[in-house]
Design a protein around this ligand. Structure first.
Ligand SMILES: [Zn+2]
Length: 256
């Protein structure tokens, strides 16, 4: 019997589990050194709807970590969403779009820059972009978004001495916990830079998982302090998004 079902919804073969990485949501500023990092709000919504249309399930980063070691991590089409740096555009455009779809995300905050601008980028010559305020971070935490630490000042962690490394990693956790009134267990490495010393400091500070920027899908043997992600840029929509996820799967397989 001929069915309409296939026309309305399709189900991809299992690609596995991916963690998407976003930075800025909003109108691209062409003077920016990282103009390709701006995702238009309507493209962001289109990405969510496209994945849903293809039968993908939005899950939390915590759920992804729970699934490591099991078979579902491989035999599914699950995606978790993360935002680095906590830009105001994420609060304005992405959070409402996610809430409207019953989805959530993890937002990684640069704690000493809350309510300010991206000083680490502007010091390197990039345009200044506003970041979320304390009140906005509290509000989204209360509405179910996970808040993670992206350090105090967004330094290059590999260059820090022991006490500065600990301060950036442990103090940012403590300060964030004071702001949101709950435990902070997720960490994101600035610039995706880490080594064993950094990983140890993150684990010792009491975080339970950390995300990197290296391309890959999450696999049953992924280290939960080195979770790979798929970096979404302004034009990563539709087929390009699927191609990138496919490439992430191949990258993860060849890395074994
Ligand atoms: Zn960052």
């Amino acid at each position: 019997m001929w069915s309409l079902r296939g026309l309305h919804n399709r189900t991809d073969r299992p690609y596995g589990t991916v963690v998407l990485l976003y930075h800025r949501i909003g109108m691209p500023r062409l003077s920016s050194l990282v103009a390709g990092q701006y995702v238009l709000p309507r493209f962001f919504r289109a990405q969510l709807d496209y994945l849903s249309y293809r039968g993908w399930n939005a899950v939390t980063l915590a759920r992804v970590v729970e699934q490591i070691g099991g078979s579902e991590i491989r035999d599914s089409n699950n995606f978790a969403i993360t935002f680095d740096d906590a830009y105001l555009g994420v609060y304005d455009h992405a959070c409402p779009a996610l809430a409207a779809r019953d989805m959530t995300a993890t937002i990684f905050v640069v704690v000493d820059c809350i309510g300010g601008v991206n000083e680490w980028d502007s010091a390197a010559g990039d345009v200044r972009e506003p970041l979320m305020s304390v009140g906005q971070i509290r509000e989204i935490a209360e509405s179910g978004f996970e808040i993670g630490s992206h350090t105090l000042t967004h330094p290059h962690l590999l260059t820090l001495n022991e006490s500065d490394l600990r301060r950036e990693i442990a103090d940012s956790k403590k300060k964030l916990e004071d702001i949101i009134g709950r435990e902070v267990v997720a960490f994101s490495y600035p610039y995706g830079e880490y080594d064993q010393r950094v990983v140890n400091a993150v684990a010792e500070a009491g975080y339970r998982y950390a995300v990197a920027t290296k391309l890959g899908t999450v696999r049953d043997d992924t280290n939960c302090f080195e979770i790979p992600r798929v970096n979404i840029r302004w034009n990563t929509v539709g087929r390009l998004l699927m191609r990138k996820i496919g490439r992430a799967g191949r990258a993860a397989r060849t890395r074994r």
